[in-house]
Every structure is written in C-alpha cells, then in structure tokens.
Design a protein around this ligand. Structure first.
Ligand SMILES: NC(=O)c1ccc[n+]([C@@H]2O[C@H](COP(=O)([O-])OP(=O)(O)OC[C@H]3O[C@@H](n4cnc5c(N)ncnc54)[C@H](O)[C@@H]3O)[C@@H](O)[C@H]2O)c1
Ligand SMILES: O=C(O)C(=O)C[C@@H](O)[C@H](O)[C@H](O)COP(=O)(O)O
Ligand SMILES: [Zn+2]
Length: 370
C-alpha cells in the first residue's frame, strides 16, 4: 500500500511518500539527506502527545538525534510571534544551512515551519511529516508557506519547497471527526477543479474512507497529491494555472477573517462552503447548470460537512463587508479580483470577468438563508 508521487521541479524536485507505517521508517528516508545525524523537529502539543514519540523512535532507529519544539495547536499559531519564536529557537539550536528541519503536524505547523525555514540563514531544507488529512492531501505539497497577518489570510510567506514529504496514513486514525471532515473539503476540491471521475469516485467511496478504510484513504491522498503535483509543476509560483487550487478560497479566506481564524470555522470547512458558493456563482453567470451547485451541496451534506453560510455559528458581516475582506486576496490584479469558476464539475478556470454585483447577490442570498 506504499505509494510515491514525484514532484519534478528540477533542482527543487522531491518525493511525496504515502502509506501506513512511515513514522517508524522516517530515519531511513531522512538519513541520506543529512550532513550530520541530527535534526530539529517543530510540532504542536496535540500532535506531539500522539505522534512525536513514534517519530523520535523512527529517527533514532537510523541513528539520528533530534531536538523538538512544541507550539500551541490552532490557526492563531500561524502568526508573526510564532514565526519569530520558531526561527530564534532554530538559531539557538545552531541549526546550520546544511541541516534539515522536520515539520510534524497539520497545515498550521507545515506553513509556519516552512516559512521559518525559508528565511532561516536565507534558506534551510525541511521535511514535511503531515499528520492531518488536509496536510497530507494539500498543504505539505507545493511549497506555499506563510502566516496570517492582521490584514488577512496567508499575507506574508514564501515559496519554499520541502525536500521530502512523508505522509503516514496511520496517523489519520487519531484525528477528531471534525478535523478529518475539514481536510475532506480540500480532497473534494480536486475533483471539482479538474477531475469529474474522481468526484464521482468520492461520492461513492468517501463515506467508507471517512469511516476508516485505509486502502481508500491511501487512494484518495495519492490522487489528490498527483493532481496538486501536476498543477504545481506547471506553475510553481502561481502566475496562472496554480490559482485553480484556490477554488473556493476567495470566499473561504474572507469567512475565516470574518470569524477571527477561530474554531467557528476551520479552513477546510471554509473551502467546502466556498466551493459551493463558487459553483453557485458559476451557475448564476450561466457557466454551468444549476444541477452542479446542487450536486456539490448534496455531497457536502451527505458527508456531514459544513455546506452553507447558515452552518457558521455567530454573526457574519453583510455581503459588502465580505466583499471588502476579499479585497486582500492575492489574486487581485490592478484592483480586479480573479475568481475560480467552473463550466461544470471538474472544469474550473480562472477569470477576472466577474461582475461584483453578481457576487454580492450570491452572498446576499446565502446570508439571507441563515
Ligand atoms: N500551504 C498550502 O498549500 C496550504 C494548503 C491548504 C491549507 N493550508 C493551511 O493549512 C491550515 C489548516 O491545516 P489543518 O487543517 O491541518 O489545521 P491544523 O494544523 O490546525 O490541524 C487541524 C487540527 O488537527 C489536529 N491534528 C493534526 N494532526 C492530528 C492527528 N494525527 N491526530 C489528532 N489530531 C491531529 C491539530 O492539533 C489541530 O487541532 C490553514 O492554515 C490553511 O491555510 C495551507
Ligand atoms: O497550493 C496552492 O496553491 C493552494 O492554493 C492550496 C490552498 O488549499 C491553500 O489553502 C493555500 O494556502 C492558499 O493559498 P493562498 O495563496 O490563497 O493564500
Ligand atoms: Zn486550502
């Protein structure tokens, strides 16, 4: 059940290894990369309590010593304060330019530690050991690293590719159901953006995958990573096509900002709701049939995922307020926001041609249904 997806980025190429039992073999994979048998691991306390011991044993079995830093869990750790703490801790540990840092955790740790490694001594290699479904299918691959700022989501960061990704599917068993489902939002995104057959496969198989079927989990992670690797290889720094991976994210990032990056809305939940809104907007613009957003929302509901703005607890800004938050999106060019829309399931495309009034109308209707 071991799968490897290669990300062919020339001098920055690397493998994503997927399957059960990888923690125990981490040292075997990492040892050939080292100039001395020592690594620094950065993680967070919830993941550390469950999986740091297994990683340390896997490293030690290959004769690799490690020091570890544990941060608080949660989205608010993706901040300037923790970027400074991680960077200074790595310097205090005398991590050298040729050393390797290991990011053990979900997307929060991967994004933060990757950014710290991008700036540490102007660039130190890092290995992603993603522990959430979201991190295994998306954030550990492709080299987008960063933090949130007071102005919005992921607004400071760098493209810094990992040197290796070890996605041990066994660790997904300890995820809380809500965190597993949030990660599923990004899995479904791949089907919606470019592979209708994968979306159909998910409609048939995702309930069993969520219930714990290991073979289905490996298959879903592999297909997601293949799709991401393919897009990232075509457009590493998001000059064009890579924005397809942002399907649903313009809405999602505004909603995350509006809910204060809190437990009210997890990133993957925002992606799920955002994908529904992107398809609704596409249907309103006559690009796809009304059956497509209905099918997306029906699948989200069947999976038990957040589907509508009504599923977000507490107050939200009005439609204009949400549009203002979208103004910080990194896809804005000369003041015009690029959207990811779809001509059908699996047929997403990037376009600046979206009348703001139509976006406001879609948001207004979604807010009115709360
Ligand atoms: N860089 C990228 O390309 C990219 C892509 C997608 C998302 N992201 C970012 O990733 C972040 C979201 O990632 P996430 O959903 O993994 O969030 P996260 O890192 O906060 O993890 C989600 C929750 O799961 C817990 N957890 C992680 N692994 C666990 C395990 N094996 N067992 C039990 N609990 C575990 C964490 O403690 C946390 O409470 C967001 O900041 C998002 O912006 C980045
Ligand atoms: O890798 C990408 O490219 C993505 O857009 C993946 C997204 O799922 C992810 O949330 C990413 O962090 C969003 O990037 P941003 O550039 O919109 O901040
Ligand atoms: Zn995302």
């Amino acid at each position: 059940m071991r799968e490897t997806v290669h990300v062919p980025l020339g001098a920055r190429a690397y493998d994503v290894v997927i399957g059960p039992g990888l923690m125990a073999e981490a040292g075997t994979f990492i040892a050939p990369m080292l100039s001395r048998p020592r690594v620094a691991v950065v993680t967070e306390s919830r993941v550390a309590a469950l999986h740091l011991g297994a990683l340390e044993e896997g490293l030690s079995a290959a004769g690799i010593d490690c020091v570890a830093l544990e941060l608080p869990p949660g989205e608010s750790t993706k901040s300037w304060a923790y970027l400074a703490q991680v960077t200074e801790w790595l310097l205090d540990q005398k991590i050298e330019r040729r050393d390797v840092v290991v990011a053990l955790g979900g997307g929060v740790i991967g994004d933060l530690v990757g950014f710290a490694c991008a700036v540490l001594r102007r660039g130190v290699r890092f290995v992603q050991v993603p522990t959430s479904l979201l991190a295994q299918v998306d954030s550990s691959v492709g080299g987008k690293t960063g933090i949130n700022t007071a102005q919005g989501k992921n607004l400071a960061g760098a493209f810094h590719q990992p040197s290796l990704v070890l996605a041990d599917t066994d660790v997904l068993a300890s995820l809380a159901p809500r965190d597993f489902l949030a990660g599923y939002g990004e899995v479904m995104k791949y089907g919606l953006l470019g592979d209708a057959a994968f979306f159909g496969w998910l409609e048939d198989n995702a309930p069993a995958m969520a219930a714990g079927d290991v073979g289905l989990r490996v298959a879903a992670v592999k297909r997601s990573v293949e799709m991401k690797a393919d897009i990232v290889t075509r457009d590493e720094t998001e000059q064009g096509d890579r924005a397809l991976l942002n399907l649903g994210h313009t809405f999602c990032h505004a909603l995350e900002a509006a809910t204060g990056y809190s437990e009210r809305l997890l990133h993957g939940e925002g992606v799920a709701i955002g994908c529904g809104l992107a398809f609704e907007l596409s249907a309103r613009l006559g690009l796809c049939s009304q059956e497509d957003p209905s099918r997306v929302r029906a699948h989200l509901k069947a999976m038990g995922l957040k589907t509508d703005l009504a599923d977000i607890p507490g107050d939200l800004p009005d439609a204009t307020g949400l549009m203002d938050l979208m103004g910080q999106d990194k896809k804005v060019v000369a003041g015009t926001l690029n959207f990811i829309l779809a001509r059908g399931i699996g047929q997403a495309f990037v376009t600046p041609d979206v009348p703001p009034d139509t976006v406001i109308a879609v948001l207004g209707d979604a807010l009115a249904a709360r």
